[in-house]
Design a protein around this ligand. Structure first.
Ligand code: SF4
Ligand code: SF4
Length: 390
């Protein structure tokens, strides 16, 4: 797997693709970043064509998500095609619509893993977030069904103001079920730029008890699951909702995998470097995947970015504690190359907890940005002008 990742990063092959089949959903989570109206989803035939394009491009890991994937009546047709093209298939769902029959069909198409959103082990807390009464009980009822059908299940718990202290309950629930989990502190603006969901984000100071909790250990892999069998196998207890979670030297000096060996496809056929990096590089209704992936200027500019050349962050003394995301830097700070307040505040707290005497980020240190020396590569130097949102 290490060699595969290194090679795909080096050659810019699309190893891992996140494909949202719909933004429609049967829950209305308070922190959701999607517009749930259908603005013209890809048809079944268009989805199948995308899958063939991706297979030709060498994509291997495919995650179908949404919205709620079970709202696509053609889900099994799409899964059958993906199986026929030998993708490694994962799904993300709220599991409200899982039945034994549906679980059996997922197994039939060799779906490897199903990631389920759970916000709390307390029904009132979970249901207040999803705005669907009874949703926690229905979601939890799906887990044994999926496990009985031989599917791997993983819990994902985004933490926000409404469920911040529910994380221990979710961890205990996952451990009781013998399945892995991931806690996610990332609450993002909506894809259309609206900051509505940010009202639910927990303040950095309120996160302190969570960050300090000794129970925050590495997530336990599912019994029997091969440790390195997938791009996002065995991530730490904390992780982003969409990042690969894999450490690999190939990513050294890159912001992340987005646009290097991973990308995101919307239900409307738009290709983005990542669901959290809303710069469309092209649309699959008008162009083939390869034409976008290998020739879109947006992706070429992204691939030229090196962390060691970022104007502010390259000088940051607490960079090792920071989980800066270029997409959030763009959405929250307006500059994909810049620092942004939330990442700096979190990094400072983590550094403080780790015993760093003066944990101050470069953004807050007050040093003059003008002292930054331009990067040697001409292509990188041009990024500064280009890095604001399209
Ligand atoms: S853009 Fe952000 S969320 Fe997406 S892979 Fe990169 S770091 Fe992760
Ligand atoms: S803490 Fe702030 S300045 Fe430092 S690397 Fe992270 S985003 Fe950049």
């Amino acid at each position: 797997m290490d060699r595969l990742i290194a090679r795909t990063v080096e050659k810019h092959r699309p190893l891992s693709v996140h494909f949202d089949l719909t933004y429609r959903c049967n829950e209305r989570c308070v922190h959701c970043y999607l517009d749930h109206d259908d603005h013209g989803e890809l048809t079944t035939a268009e989805c199948l064509k995308v899958l063939h394009d991706l297979a030709r491009s060498g994509a291997l890991f495919l995650t179908f998500s949404g919205g709620e994937i079970f709202l696509r009546p053609d889900l099994y047709e799409i899964l059958a095609a993906a199986r026929g093209l030998h993708f490694d298939i994962s799904l993300k769902t709220n599991a409200l619509l899982v039945t034994p029959e549906r679980a059996a069909r997922l197994r039939e198409f060799d779906v490897r893993r199903v990631q389920i959103s759970v916000y709390s082990d307390i029904p009132a807390v979970h249901d207040a977030i999803t705005k669907v009464p009874g949703s926690l009980l229905r979601t939890l009822a799906a887990i044994p069904i999926l496990l009985e059908h031989g599917l791997q299940v993983k819990l994902a718990c985004p933490l926000m103001q409404e469920n911040l202290m529910a994380y221990r309950g979710v961890m205990a629930l996952a451990e009781k079920l013998g399945i892995p989990y991931i806690l996610d502190l990332t609450i993002t603006p909506m894809m259309n730029g609206s900051g509505g969901p940010l009202a639910h984000r927990a303040s950095v100071s309120s996160l302190l008890p969570v960050l300090q909790d000794p129970l925050m250990h590495a997530c336990k892999p599912q019994p029997g699951a091969p440790a390195a069998s997938a791009v996002n196998a065995s991530p730490p207890a904390f992780g982003g909702a969409v990042s690969s979670g894999i450490e690999n030297l190939a990513y050294e000096d890159l912001p992340c995998s987005a646009g290097h060996n991973s990308c995101y496809i919307s239900p409307y056929g738009d290709v983005f470097p990542c669901v959290q990096l809303p710069q469309a590089a092209g649309n699959l209704r008008r162009e083939k995947f390869d034409e976008i992936w290998y020739h879109a200027p947006q992706l070429e500019r992204l691939r030229a970015i090196r962390e060691s050349q970022l104007p502010i962050c390259s000088r940051c003394e607490i960079r090792n504690y920071c989980e800066r995301c270029p997409g959030l830097a763009l959405m929250e700070g307006g500059d994909m190359l810049g620092a942004y307040e939330r990442a700096c505040a979190l990094a400072e707290e983590k550094a403080r907890l780790a015993g760093v005497a003066v944990p101050i980020s470069a953004l807050h240190s007050g040093r003059e940005i003008a002292s930054f020396q331009p990067a040697p590569q001409a292509e990188f130097a041009s990024l500064a002008a280009d890095s604001s949102s399209d």
